[in-house]
Design a protein around this ligand. Structure first.
Ligand SMILES: NC(=O)c1ccc[n+]([C@@H]2O[C@H](COP(=O)([O-])OP(=O)(O)OC[C@H]3O[C@@H](n4cnc5c(N)ncnc54)[C@H](O)[C@@H]3O)[C@@H](O)[C@H]2O)c1
Length: 316
């Protein structure tokens, strides 16, 4: 099969490309290298991999590349709290206009699209576990942090609108924190940042009081699930959470990283305002309900937190 990955030179996209090439698919990557890197795909030595530098905002480039493939994994987006807070306009343009372009041209060429949304869309909801049909509770538009969640909510609506009105086959996934080898800590991603600090015996910088918790899912588990969902007819027109249910506070994460890297690092606390600017709003807990995806494809994360840290520490 010929497969397009937008944002394929990014963290998750490059793992997906590697997985698909290993399974003998021809993979076409379109990436503007704004946060991704050619280093991420340098490890894939295969004539099945094709890279094109370009933007999903460029309709002509998109049209040509979508013409040449069978299906599309749409991952290109502005990602990461630090980037989003710093570039709210680029976030809205890329994530809304870019996705609209992908869906519009995919519809014209009748190509199936898998769209990567995010657990951020659950926003400030305080439920113990988030399921796909829950209300989405977003903060005020005056706080740029919410532009990422809002852009992805619009993307989901657009994709479902194309499905309902035009019968375009779309699958939507909401990824919870995804981690693994090759992830950059540059844009505030917590796991690679902590591991790098621990390996260098530097202070581990915790934003806020560290009592906020997250669930970390290994990228290998995520790309396996993306391919399985793309292949299932029943997934069309549906939304699926993908994540690990092992919940840890950021304080516990820092302690685990220090222990597993035998580091001398100490934890220090940085106020949110210093890390992200005035008036930042944090979500305290984000645990996925994975019943829906489990029922369809038997999804369970195979890697626990310690196994993930072990893998990542050897690649940083
Ligand atoms: N990593 C996570 O924990 C996580 C969680 C939830 C959702 N997601 C979603 O998964 C997808 C991939 O995320 P990632 O973690 O690999 O991030 P990433 O930043 O590593 O990858 C995004 C890629 O998109 C590219 N890109 C950005 N704008 C583009 C444009 N206009 N045209 C072409 N390419 C462009 C970037 O250069 C980068 O390679 C994103 O859609 C993101 O919203 C990721």
């Amino acid at each position: 099969m010929k497969i397009l990955i937008t944002g394929g030179a990014g963290f998750i996209g490059s793992h997906l490309a590697q997985y698909l090439v290993k399974n003998n698919h021809q993979v076409f990557i379109l990436d503007d290298l704004s946060s991704g890197s050619l280093n991420n795909i340098a490890k894939i030595h295969s004539s099945l991999l094709h890279f094109q530098k370009g933007s999903i905002l460029d309709e002509r480039v998109l049209e040509k590349i979508i013409d040449s493939v069978d299906v599309i994994y749409h991952l290109a987006a502005v990602v990461g709290v630090q980037l989003v807070v710093k570039h709210p306009l680029k976030t809205m343009e890329n994530n809304v206009k870019g996705t609209e372009n992908v869906l519009k041209i995919a519809n014209k060429k009748r190509k199936k699209v898998l769209l990567t949304s995010t657990s951020e869309v659950y926003g400030k909801s305080c439920k113990d576990k988030f399921s796909e049909n829950d209300d989405l509770i977003i903060g005020p538009t005056s706080k740029s942090r919410w532009s990422y969640a809002c852009s992805k909510i619009v993307d989901e609506h657009l994709a479902l609108a194309y499905f309902k009105e035009k019968k375009l086959p779309v699958v939507i996934v909401r990824l919870f924190n995804t981690v693994g080898e090759g992830q950059s800590g540059r844009y505030g991603m917590v796991m690679p940042r902590f591991i790098k600090q621990a390996l260098n015996d530097e202070n581990i910088t915790i934003y806020g009081n560290g009592k906020q918790s997250r669930c970390f899912c290994y990228v290998g588990d995520v790309v396996w699930a993306l391919k399985k969902l793309m292949d299932r007819e029943e997934a069309v027109g549906e939304i699926y959470n993908i994540g690990n249910c092992e919940n840890v506070t950021i304080n516990e994460l820092a302690d685990r990283v220090v222990k597993l890297t035998s580091s001398k690092s100490k934890k220090i606390y940085i106020p949110y305002e210093e890390a992200y600017g005035e008036g930042f709003e944090e979500t305290m807990k984000r645990i996925p309900d994975i019943d829906k995806i489990n029922k369809l494809i038997g999804f369970q994360s195979k890697f626990n937190l310690d196994a993930i840290i072990e893998r990542m520490k050897n690649s940083i």
